[in-house]
Design a protein around this ligand. Structure first.
Ligand code: FES
Length: 614
């Protein structure tokens, strides 16, 4: 039987003669994207055959450049010993940077720790106060004021043998000695989506992750509308603060239920997010961010008692925000940079955070430039006719047969389709371009096919009809909204490059972050002109960098220090003051761009009605 060697894993497996590579890879646990189920349509199962004996290309592979050994795994049969390389972009789980919540390069040193204590009971000879007795024993300077009020009874109930929970120089709690874990929560407060990670502070394990839409969304889709609402009066500011705290509390409760632990076991909460979200969480006025010079209420990491804002954690727990850079470049960007590690590498690189509030960072030599851009919620699947968050039933991956216009899609959890999430939107629009359903200006072309229907007098392309008979479509107005979003992101990329005197080819890497940054297919993002055309193998998807950066800060004091340094190092570019911004933005609304020469491979792929292969 032939032997297949899978790279870079180095796994070797004997397979029956004539086995298809897609099945072989699945059997060794390498899950390759295969939206069309192996029919040769989606072109997502690309592999590189390094050497060996394999079948001739099938008709489904027409148009593929085989010079680099590129083949579709589902169409390739093994005829002899073969070595095959599976690129990151073809894998279902992409760019996983965090394992157990700690990225490489950071020690495990949470600010909250547990100390076992045995106190000498007071006597006539030793009349130190209960507070002195405890603090001297654990060599810490202060105690939480709420704990102090009930300390006498707690110490006596515990019989002077206890676990002290300490954060930096403060005792937060005393509790019976046991094997009970202690937890922290890391929270990514996005304008559209909030993600809560429940993390063990004993071993760094992420025990549960929960996400939901930000409850503030009823008061506006983007940061500008939230600011507009907040500045109308203190009551409005309070309403926005309550909405985000309610969302976080609900998610923390769900995560605790999942893990079977209590809110009293949560001792620290770290919040990452854009500057407006972090300010609203704390209840700080945001009026100064609204107008030039766009000054934030605070920049350094802010730490306060979680009870001050009504968080349902241990009553003595501490909440901290990540440091922010400016009014529109927040802690989420600092977290992204920290997770990517781009600040530590001696190379030119770019980081693109795809979210309602898109951010782009360019690192060139010792310089780090950042720009913020209002992409709008379409990128996260919100605000579209059939848009939805990345949850069960959301169409997350799409391909279209360019001959029959049949649509192949994958939903999260394999459930009946209910809507389209961010990665599904990017895929859908990319494939509509490749198959000629959309033109360069973003118009749905009247091809006279049943999948193109009229909704509210405008054209729409049908991706699926679900079991309730509901059509899930991409409408003409969805495409228009998406064009503005992708143009906002791309023009920010281009203008930062111009500012540094660089072109995309001068970059060594592009990092993609964002709540759905791990799931978006970078090939589709290039086809629609959301990110620069760039070699696939140099694109690193870091996933939810904002959330992961918050987890890192929860688990490593060194990471917190580094976050402060990063925040101070970044120079912010206000795109509104850049002369070419408006014209660049308009040019970027076209697919992929008005200046087609910037996307030669994409133009070639669309011309050949083929997906981008590398
Ligand atoms: S699974 Fe191979 S082309 Fe779709």
């Amino acid at each position: 039987m032939p032997v297949v060697t899978v790279q870079p894993e180095g796994v070797r497996i004997k397979v029956p003669h004539g086995s298809d590579l897609l099945t072989v890879l699945r059997n060794v646990g390498v899950n390759v994207e295969s939206v069309c189920g192996g029919r040769g349509v989606c072109k997502k199962c690309i592999v590189e055959v390094v050497s060996g004996s394999i079948s001739e290309p099938s008709s489904a592979e027409t148009g593929i450049d085989f010079s680099q050994g590129i083949r579709l795994a589902c169409q390739t049969k093994v005829l002899g010993d073969t070595v095959v390389k599976v690129p990151q972009a073809s894998r279902q789980t992409k760019g996983k940077i965090l394992e157990k919540g700690v990225a490489a390069g950071f020690d495990f040193s949470p600010a909250v720790k547990l100390v076992n204590v045995r106190l000498e009971p007071p006597s006539l000879k030793d009349q130190r106060s209960d507070m002195e007795r405890l603090l001297e024993s654990v060599e810490v300077a202060s105690i939480d004021s709420l704990l102090l009020k009930r300390l006498p009874s707690r110490l006596r109930e515990l019989g002077w043998e206890l676990e002290a929970i300490i954060r930096d120089d403060e005792v937060l709690d005393v509790r019976p000695r046991s094997n009970r874990d202690l937890y922290g929560v890391a929270v990514d407060v996005g304008t559209t989506t909030v993600v809560v990670y429940l993390v063990s502070l004993k071993n760094g394990r992420i025990v549960s992750v929960k996400s939901d839409y930000n409850g503030q969304i009823v008061h506006g889709d983007d940061v500008i509308s939230r600011i507009t609402y907040a500045v109308k009066g203190y009551d409005n500011l309070k309403i926005l603060q309550n909405k985000i705290v309610e969302t976080v509390n609900r998610l923390v409760r769900a995560a605790l239920d999942d893990a079977g632990c209590a809110s009293s076991d949560v001792y620290e909460a770290i919040f990452s997010g854009n500057t407006v979200m972090l300010s609203l969480l704390y209840g700080a006025e945001v009026s100064a961010i609204a107008s030039a010079p766009y000054v934030p209420p605070f920049r350094s990491s802010l730490c306060f008692k979680a009870r001050e804002i009504g968080l349902e954690t241990n009553s003595s727990a501490v909440a901290c925000t990540l440091p922010v850079v400016s009014g529109y470049v927040g802690g989420d960007v600092v977290a992204d940079i920290m997770v990517s590690g781009m600040h530590r590498r001696d190379e030119n690189s770019m980081l693109i955070d795809l979210g309602t509030n898109g951010e782009v960072v360019l690192k060139s030599r010792g310089l780090m430039l950042a720009a913020s851009t209002a992409a709008g919620p379409a990128i996260e699947g919100a605000g579209l006719s059939n848009g939805m968050r990345g949850m069960e039933g959301a169409i997350e991956s799409v391909s279209i047969d360019v001959e029959t216009y049949d649509v192949y899609f994958k939903t999260i959890g394999g459930k009946d389709p209910r809507g389209i999430c961010g990665s599904g939107v990017v895929d859908s629009i990319a494939w509509m371009l490749i198959s000629g359903i959309l033109d360069q200006r973003g118009r749905i072309v009247d091809l006279g096919i049943p999948r193109i229907v009229k909704t509210n007098d405008a054209k729409a392309f049908t991706l699926a009809v679900n079991s309730d008979g509901r059509r899930i479509c991409v409408t003409q107005s969805d495409v228009r909204v998406f064009q503005l979003a992708k143009a906002a992101v791309f023009s920010a990329c281009l203008l930062l490059l111009k500012k540094a005197g660089l072109a995309p080819r001068d970059l060594s890497k592009i990092y993609i972050a964002g709540a759905f940054g791990n799931y978006v297919d970078p090939r589709s993002a290039m086809v629609v002109g959301m990110i620069p055309e760039f070699p696939l193998e140099k694109i690193v998807q870091i996933g939810n960098g904002s959330g992961h950066g918050a987890v890192m800060s929860l688990l490593s004091k060194k990471a917190r220090g580094e976050a402060e340094l990063i925040a101070r190092k970044i120079k912010v570019v206000d795109l509104n003051t850049v002369r070419e911004f408006q014209s660049e933005f308009i040019d970027s609304t076209l697919f992929p761009h008005r200046r087609r020469e910037m996307f030669p491979k994409v133009i070639d792929a669309i011309g050949r009605r083929m997906p981008l292969l590398g």
